[in-house]
Design a protein around this ligand. Structure first.
Ligand code: GTP
Length: 673
């Protein structure tokens, strides 16, 4: 079972880790704030109410900066740790972990300097806390947070908004249900005007987490006393009021020792005619013990909720880690390697879609098997080869001299006109369609719309394969787990694949046109040689005159052209898929990202490397890590440390992330409840 003292120590360590990781309450982090779940004691009060004096009295040392205006401009987390009697006192700052302060005047200076480091000398305030640990035999285990004094006027160099800023900062602490409020009010002012009590009443109306402290009892007008406040008659709280007598300004100037001041305070109460009966429950020493005991009991009561928050945080962080994936190297070479690895993973999935194993590739075959034959069937040869049109084309081809045997030119023109329909896919653009119409001007019965619809149908087939491939790229990106954490890379790969597919589609289109052009450029002579020769009614083969051309003659020509076109269509049904697979599918399979690889290969530095872990950050981390290691002391901790250093080097963000997880993991172990 951990002792109560070690419980406060553990909370101190968690607070330090939270600060290192930027969790000091408030903020809009996606993660639950561990800081906010930890019980703490915040010291609030108006300016010059005696806050610093109370803190110094509790510590028994002069260590806080004094002066006019707002001296406390950053929260000071003051962690008091009791050490053995006789051991030397010392202080440590979280931001200077390797330095032990034996002189408290140096502590005072460092608080001032560290305040200025963040806020500048501009008298601005900052919510980033300073962590100070004081190890002394003369303290009780206690953690207090000193906050800027509530003020009503801005001094020179401060913005007018400073009052609201301070109030907001103080509220961000005392508004949290886990915050114990140490409300400091000076006895020589009407308690009804106390800033501390006013704020405490707002955020803790039942008074269960407010401790009222009345300072400057010795400065009250003669003949008056503060018994009505100390006995809870003026303002009732759940906890008893504590009266304090701090050093006066004159004492401070005379450098009256704090231990002597404590002694004087004890004597004041012991000999006071007004407060003598309350002497055992008055004074800074009593206040320190009271707070320590209360803080311990609150921590104990909150442990279940802290553990559940830690477990929740572990879940949140684990899922965040899973989402983030393994760490990314900082040098460009290693980053390039990572990108190529991710691309390879994508490529593999894309190939599986095409080749089988994952669905999608079969849709391409569906296009070849159903849509291509259907598109070819729908081409309007019937109208093109109507008797009327055949007669017209043949007559026009004959010119002034009618054909004698077979209408060679007529056949050729009819076939060429028919084959032009197959060219449709290549003539998809509106301008090209117009040119196409122009070419077919000899068939005026086909209006532009008909032709566009033919073209669209045929072009649809080539585009269908293109769309299937595009969809497979999209699916593959979505299914590549390694890509999920890199939205920018997803977009890059998507863009590169899309560009490549456009290129393949153009090539495919050209090849398909070439196939059709090849059919037009040289007809299959054998087909015509095998055709039966026409005979006249008398059974004699021979020349015809124009008058003798019967409808049967043109019907026969149409039927011959139609069977020839049918033969070509059958052949194209076989060759177009081959061309499309060769130009689009096969290329997509083998070289979808080739251009992209070439592009990224040219880039030397992919992104500016993250800032290296500074000595300052490192110095903050080392003692904490060792502290944590001691806390959970075990080979697991050491192994984790080693793992981080080996794998992540000194990447600051990841290191901090690690500490956070590590800390959270360590807490339930440490509590040993
Ligand atoms: N006589 C006497 N003087 C006190 C007492 N408490 C504080 N003072 C004096 O009141 C003045 C202000 O005290 P501080 O402790 O600096 O007050 P503070 O609230 O920390 O002030 P700021 O940080 O400026 O907001 C100092 O001169 C103290 O010596 C007290 O109990 N008795």
């Amino acid at each position: 079972m951990a002792t109560m003292g070690s419980l406060i120590g553990l909370v101190n360590r968690i607070q330090k880790a939270c600060t290192v990781l930027g969790d000091y309450g408030g903020g809009d982090s996606a993660f639950s704030s561990l800081w906010e779940a930890l019980p703490s004691v915040a010291v609030v009060g108006g300016q010059s109410s005696g806050k610093s004096s109370v803190l110094e009295s509790i510590v028994g040392r002069d260590f806080l900066p004094r002066g006019s205006g707002i001296v406390t401009r950053r929260p000071l987390v003051l962690q008091l740790c009791k050490i053995e009697e006789g051991a030397p006192e010392f202080a440590e700052f979280l931001h200077l972990p390797t330095k032990r302060f034996m002189e408290f005047s140096a502590v005072c200076k460092e608080i001032q300097d560290e305040t200025d480091r963040i806020t500048g000398k501009s008298k601005q305030i900052s919510p980033i806390p300073i962590h100070l640990s004081i190890y002394s035999p003369n303290v009780v285990n206690l953690t207090l947070i000193d906050l800027p004094g509530l003020t009503k006027v801005a001094v020179e160099g401060q913005p007018e908004s400073i009052m609201e800023e301070i109030e907001m900062m103080v509220r961000s602490y005392v508004g949290k249900p886990n915050c114990i409020i140490l409300a400091i009010s000076p006895a020589n002012q009407d308690i009804a005007t106390s800033d501390a009590i006013k704020l405490a009443r707002e955020v803790d109306p039942t008074g269960e987490r407010t401790f009222g402290v009345l300072t400057k009892l010795d400065l009250m007008d003669k003949g008056t006393n503060a018994l009505h406040v100390l006995e809870g008659r003026s303002y009732r709280l759940q906890h008893p009021w504590v009266g304090i007598v701090n050093r006066s300004q004159a004492d401070i100037n005379r450098k009256v020792d704090m231990i002597v001041a404590r002694q004087k305070e004890r004597e004041y109460f012991a000999t006071s005619p007004d407060y003598g009966h309350l002497a055992s429950k008055m004074g800074s020493e009593y206040l320190a013990k009271l707070l320590s005991k209360h803080l311990e009991s609150v921590i104990k009561a909150r442990i279940p909720s802290i553990i559940s928050l830690i477990n929740k945080s572990i879940d949140e962080l684990e899922s965040e880690l899973n989402h983030l994936g393994s760490p990314i190297a900082v040098d460009s070479g290693a980053q390039l390697y990572t990108i190529l690895e991710v691309c390879r993973a994508f490529d593999k999935i894309f190939k599986e879609h095409l080749e089988g194993g994952r669905p999608g590739g079969d849709r391409i075959y569906g296009v070849f098997d159903n849509q291509l034959p259907a598109a070819l069937r729908k081409l309007p040869f019937d109208r093109h080869l109507s008797v009327q049109n055949v007669r017209k084309v043949v007559s026009e081809s004959d010119g002034y001299q009618p054909h004698l045997i077979a209408p060679e030119q007529g056949y050729r023109r009819l076939i060429e006109g028919s084959l032009n329909y197959f060219r449709g896919p290549a003539e998809a653009s509106v301008d090209a369609v117009r040119a196409f119409v122009h070419k077919l001007i000899c068939f005026p019965q086909f209006n532009e719309c008909t032709i566009i619809s033919i073209v669209k149908k045929a072009y649809y087939f080539v585009m269908q394969v293109h769309f299937v491939l595009k969809e497979l790229v999209r699916q593959s990106i979505a299914e590549t787990q390694e890509l999920q954490r890199f939205p920018a890379l997803q977009a890059e790969i998507g863009g590169a694949a899309s560009q490549a597919l456009e290129k393949f589609r153009e090539e495919s289109k050209r090849t398909v046109i070439r196939l059709v052009d090849m059919e037009s450029s040289f007809l299959t002579v054998d087909f015509f040689r095998r055709l039966p020769q026409e005979v006249d009614k008398g059974g004699n083969q021979g020349p015809f005159t124009v008058d003798r051309y019967t409808e049967g003659h043109f019907r026969r020509i149409a039927s011959n052209v139609s069977s020839y076109i049918g033969m070509v269509a059958d052949s194209l049904k076989q060759t177009i898929p081959k061309a499309v697979v060769y130009c689009q599918v096969r290329e997509a399979k083998h070289s979808l990202l080739n251009h992209f690889y070439a592009q990224i290969g040219k880039k030397e530095v992919l992104s500016p490397p993250p800032p290296p872990l500074s000595t300052y950050h490192l110095s903050m981390f080392i003692p904490l890590a060792s502290d944590l290691l001691i806390t959970i002391s075990g080979s697991m901790g050491s192994l984790l440390c080693l793992y981080v250093i080996l794998l992540w080097g000194l990447n600051y963000d990841m290191l901090l992330y690690f500490i956070y997880i590590y800390l959270i993991l360590s807490c339930p172990v440490s509590l040993e409840l």
